[in-house]
Design a protein around this ligand. Structure first.
Ligand code: 5AD
Ligand code: FES
Length: 359
């Protein structure tokens, strides 16, 4: 057994995590990949689950320095889909067997917005119950930090998963990525509140932001464990030309892709039974980025269902894939991509995180 094999066979220390994340030699990386892929198969089987993504509004009140749809970016045409457009998308998802949808938007906390989201969730539930899915479509929300009361309202309306990325678990780095007033402690508190209410909670980080170290990424993984996270969505940081972080540039694409894939594999090996997304941002770095994510242990993919006219206005980073495609095109494309990895699509199933236990 060589060093890497010995390392892969024991409980990882923080140092071990740092070493694994740093691997670059193809032989070593392949050992890491295979171990993660095989553990995924052993614990979760060979299904990959679809979460049809509806980016229903790019109106945002926040000003995260990295993001293409930040409030102060005047080059973006702002939109908000109607309830009917959102519900129609979700009904389509149920019809084609997606099992779950994700409603994502820029961040707003006003009462009108909250009531709108709540009404969409209720109507999606009502309209998607069927013999094959008696509990209707699984609904994930990704609408940012809200009060605990608002999270409860969404939960009671029928949402059962929530995505809220911590972006980085390093408080200092967090404050470099966000303006004053966006507070690390509040983000962490929101994640705790979601757990308390009973959501399956997803979080994640951006990989390769300027100033971030491998040790920071190791701490991110420890953060996921400490906070008993059920679902992980991580992607490479990709610079947006209209963002204030433009001058700082980004990491070289090949090494950034490898680091992102190593993160997926190490998260799989360390957290074991969580759901991990092969995020779209991986595909911005390589045409087969999402397939590679699956080969490194991801088991979730989020096909874009946003109506085509809106897609071009929801570009969080440069070079986002699927901007000119329709939801039908993405569906066929992703099924092929998944099957090319030897996995299959878990149609008509929620594909909940096996890690989740509601106490
Ligand atoms: N590069 C990569 N990911 C980004 N996000 C926002 N901007 C960027 C960027 N420039 C991610 C954040 C956010 C998610 C919706 O998109 O992690 O939580
Ligand atoms: Fe959208 Fe391939 S997934 S075009």
């Amino acid at each position: 057994m060589n060093n890497i094999e010995r390392l892969l066979d024991r409980e990882f220390s923080r140092n071990d995590i740092v070493r694994l994340l740093s691997l670059t030699e193809s032989e070593d990386v392949e050992k890491l990949r295979k171990k993660a892929f095989d553990l995924t198969t052993e614990l979760l089987g060979s299904n990959v689950y679809f979460r049809g993504l509806i980016e229903f509004s790019n109106i945002c009140n926040l000003n995260c320095y990295y993001c293409g749809i930040r409030k102060d970016n005047d080059n973006v045409e702002r939109y908000m889909l109607s309830k009917k457009e959102i519900v129609d998308c979700a009904v389509w998802a149920a019809k084609v067997g997606y099992g779950s949808c994700v409603l994502q938007s820029g961040e707003r906390r006003d009462g009108q917005f909250v009531s709108f989201v709540e009404a969409c969730v209720r109507e999606i539930k009502e309209k998607t119950r069927s013999d094959s899915m008696p509990d209707g479509l699984g609904i994930t929300l990704s609408v940012g930090e809200q009060s605990s009361d608002v999270y409860k309202r969404f939960f009671e309306a029928g949402a059962h998963r929530y995505l809220l990325r911590i972006e980085t678990s390093n408080q200092k780095l967090f404050s470099k990525l966000h303006p004053a007033g966006q507070d690390y402690g509040e983000r962490k508190e929101a994640i705790k509140n979601l757990k308390k209410i009973g959501y399956q909670v997803g979080t994640g980080v951006m990989i390769g932001t300027p100033g971030q170290t491998i040790e920071d990424l190791a701490d991110d993984i420890l953060f996921f464990k400490e906070n008993d996270i059920d679902m992980i969505g991580m992607g490479p940081y990709i610079v947006h030309p209209d963002s204030p972080m433009k001058e700082q540039g980004m990491k070289e694409r090949r090494s950034l892709l490898q680091l992102s894939l190593n993160m997926i594999a190490v998260v799989r090996l360390f957290l074991k039974d969580v759901n991990i997304a092969a995020t779209t941002a991986l595909q911005a770095l390589a045409p087969d980025g999402r397939e590679q994510g699956i080969l490194y242990g991801a088991n979730i993919v989020m096909p874009n269902m946003t109506p085509k006219d809106a897609r071009k206005n929801y570009q969080l980073y440069d070079g986002k894939p699927c901007i000119n495609e329709t939801k039908d095109e993405c569906r066929g494309c992703l099924q092929k991509r998944i099957e090319s990895t030897g996995r299959k699509v878990g149609y008509n199933l929620w594909g909940d995180s096996k890690h989740f236990k509601f106490n």
